[in-house]
Write a protein that binds this ligand. Structure first.
Ligand SMILES: [Zn+2]
Ligand SMILES: [Zn+2]
Length: 381
């Protein structure tokens, strides 16, 4: 808990938020099991609840988060419209408001006074507590950090009609679907209430648990963590350490085998022409961040150990790190030259093969140095 006395002066309760969270939660945990026991849900309604949950989650992760907050790619108006509807269905405020909060989160991450959902104020606060009281009322209508978004007509339309859209989607979709399949109350409970509660808490985990559990392969300058469990729960947003280190990348998971359905959706949209200008951080920058983080972690561990030749080991570690960075830079500039030569028709084939040979040599030297580095780092892991 924060020790600063100013946190003891509790701001006013936001009764609307408290009521929405409490009522939906109570109906979901009491109503759903009772209905399941006495009546039973049909598989069609269960599938619809999963589809609706995915629609809400992906509208937040791919739309509110990666598209609008971080401008990690561009999307067709139809896609933006679908995200705007999904965002209202998810009841997470308008895209404009959500993104304004989120940009402040990145800019002042872990700053208890400025980060709207600072994880340093504990699990409850970062998960849901920040929305239950007027913690940052002074900047509630300040949208200066989202001026770019105000040029997007869909964003402004959604902002203006947010309440209507929220009511229409949250009552309209479950009721219409329920009437259509002849399971009105089942649909209201599952597609309406349970879907909303689950969707809320899965997103809230990104602000709470994704800043508490997991590893920090890219940076330890803030509390953001990478965790496969969180990634599964949050449609790929759980690689949050990578995300805070490289917020403009449209991916949160950079390896093909890592679970990031939000990234896959953006890739599919790009293949079908519905999205473009997907931003990716260069492999070189990522490799450098990993190496620097390993250097810092190992140094911190070595300082704590009582070794007789500690200083010499740290010096050696630093030298190997510098060698690694030199070889990494050389490898990536050779790779770039090689790729450019392929495009350039004027360069002779002999020249191209020389470049390729040089590239291969540097690749070998970079991987040999990586091996040395890994052995060294793992000795003290
Ligand atoms: Zn975060
Ligand atoms: Zn973000």
């Amino acid at each position: 808990m924060p020790t600063n006395p100013q946190y003891n002066k509790k701001p006013a309760i936001i009764w609307l938020n408290v009521s929405v969270f409490l009522i939906t939660f109570l109906v979901a945990i009491i109503g759903v099991p009772l209905y399941a026991y006495f009546q039973g849900f049909s598989s069609t309604t269960i599938i619809m609840a999963i589809v609706s949950l995915s629609f809400c989650e992906l509208s937040i992760t791919a739309g509110y988060h990666r598209l609008w907050s971080h401008k990690a790619y561009k999307a067709n108006p139809v896609v933006r419209f679908v995200y705007a509807i999904g965002g209202a269905f998810a009841v997470q405020n308008s895209a404009l408001h959500w993104c304004s909060d989120h940009r402040i989160h990145h800019q002042h991450v872990d700053d208890n006074d400025r980060d709207p959902y600072s994880a340093k104020r504990g699990f409850w606060y970062s998960h849901i507590g920040w929305m239950l009281r007027e913690h940052q009322a002074h900047r509630y209508h300040d949208y200066k950090n989202v001026i770019d978004m105000q040029k997007d007509k869909i964003v402004m339309w959604q902002h203006k009609h947010y309440l209507t859209l929220t009511l229409l989607t949250n009552f309209g979709i479950p009721i219409l679907f329920g009437l259509l399949v002849g399971e009105l109350w089942g649909s209201i409970l599952l597609v309406g209430f349970l879907r909303l509660v689950v969707s809320h808490h899965l997103t809230f985990f990104i602000n709470s648990l994704a800043h508490m559990w997991g590893s920090q392969p890219y940076s330890d300058k803030n509390t953001a963590k990478d965790s496969v469990v969180m990634a599964v729960l949050t449609f790929g947003e759980g690689y949050h350490n990578f995300h805070h280190a490289f917020q403009y990348d449209y991916r949160n998971a950079i390896k093909w085998w890592q679970y990031d359905p939000t990234k896959w959706l953006i890739q599919i949209l790009s293949l079908t022409g519905l999205a473009n200008s997907l931003k990716r951080i260069s492999e070189e920058k990522i490799a450098k961040a990993i190496a620097t983080q390993e250097l810092n972690k190992t140094k911190t561990k070595l300082i704590q150990l009582s070794l007789p030749n500690k200083e010499a080991i740290i010096e050696n570690l630093q030298e190997e790190y510098e060698q690694l960075v030199i070889k990494l830079n050389a490898y990536y500039s050779a790779k770039k030259a090689c790729l450019e030569s392929k495009k350039d028709q004027m360069i002779q084939n002999v020249e191209k093969s020389k470049l390729k040979q040089h590239y291969n040599e540097l690749k070998l030297s970079w991987s040999a140095q990586q091996q040395v580095w890994q052995n060294l780092v793992h000795q003290y892991a």
